[in-house]
Ligand binder design. Structure first.
Ligand code: C5P
Length: 297
């Protein structure tokens, strides 16, 4: 029996370190960041459905139009495959588990998952998939690889690193979100110069915590709860703590949840585990999508 759906998972990331080096001529910031995959993930289910492309999502806060990176990923992969006109005969259901505006890369990972899945369906080469990811945003290229990686430039010049030792992660999610653009704007206003060393740290944490003091309080509380390292992830608002033992991560999460905050426990994923989880399932299955070069505009 022909299976008519394709499933792909989109894992989140944390930044084990995020140093802001300078402001670039294009307005972006030059970064030295260490990305680390975690098991928390969204899921994309792709199915054949006659008519214009449709994006569904179980989270009302998630856009279902062209402002969603999944949408632009699909449009670009469609064009890269040589198909003309509007995307059609495909529908994607996005099951969101990664909080929005948390600094966990959810939107970028969803976009990269769409590139992998629709790219496999339409037989778009890995090099083309990479080019689409570069155009989606600074974090998207990382999600084509996963694991532990150093990101330079906008965070999109990637160097795979030896996998970080497997850790349990207590992830604390404040009641507010932070826009990436705002966080970098606050860093600009803070007038901080180049980072002095290469030791781990998140240079966006101080400017974000100046507006949201809860961020520093959570990081300190995670340290007191025994985290070997605790910091804001990316541009926030999520704060993570690393633990060797699951029970300690769980105890910290229970302690820090409440008063409008959520907390959950997940774990780091090495590159091989990331690629297993993020792999496209069933890409040999042929979906009855429109034949090449039919113009549906
Ligand atoms: O690339 P992305 O769309 O994810 O970035 C969102 C915003 O974050 C950018 O418009 C920019 O203002 C800021 N940003 C930055 N430097 C980076 C990455 C993001 O200034 N390296």
């Amino acid at each position: 029996m022909a299976v008519k759906t394709l499933k792909v998972h989109a894992p989140a990331k944390i930044n084990l370190s995020l140093r802001v080096v300078s402001v670039r001529a294009d307005g972006y910031h030059e970064l030295r960041t260490i990305f680390q995959s975690i098991a928390l993930h969204d899921t994309l289910t792709i199915r054949a459905e006659r008519g214009p492309f449709r994006l569904e999502c179980d989270d009302p806060a998630c856009p279902r139009d062209s402002t969603n990176l999944v949408w632009s990923a699909v449009e670009q992969v469609w064009a890269a495959a040589g198909r003309r006109g509007e995307v059609c005969d495909l529908a994607i259901r996005l099951t969101k588990r990664i909080p929005i505006q948390a600094g966990l890369g959810g939107g970028s990972s969803d976009g990269a998952a769409a590139i992998r899945a629709v790219g496999a369906l339409l037989r778009v080469s890995p090099a083309c998939q990479q080019a689409v990811a570069m155009s989606l945003g600074a974090d998207a290229p990382y999600f084509l690889e996963g694991g532990t990686a150093l990101g330079l430039g906008r965070g999109d010049r990637l160097y795979p690193l030896i996998d970080h030792p497997s850790s349990w992660v207590a992830l604390v999610l404040p009641s507010f979100g932070v826009s990436t653009k705002d966080a970098f704007g606050w860093w600009d206003e803070s007038g901080v110069g180049e980072p002095e060393g290469l030791e781990p740290g998140n240079d966006l944490q101080a400017p974000v915590a100046a507006r949201h003091p809860e961020i520093d309080k959570i990081a300190k509380a995670l340290g007191r709860a025994g985290a070997s390292y605790a910091a804001m992830s990316g541009s926030g608002s999520a704060v993570f703590g690393l633990f060797q033992h699951r029970v300690d991560a769980e105890r910290a999460a229970v302690k820090l949840a409440g008063r409008g905050r959520r907390a959950l426990v997940t774990r780091t994923l090495d590159r091989a585990a990331y690629q297993r989880l993020a792999g496209v399932r069933g890409h040999r299955i042929h979906l009855p999508i429109a034949p090449r070069s039919v113009d549906h505009a």
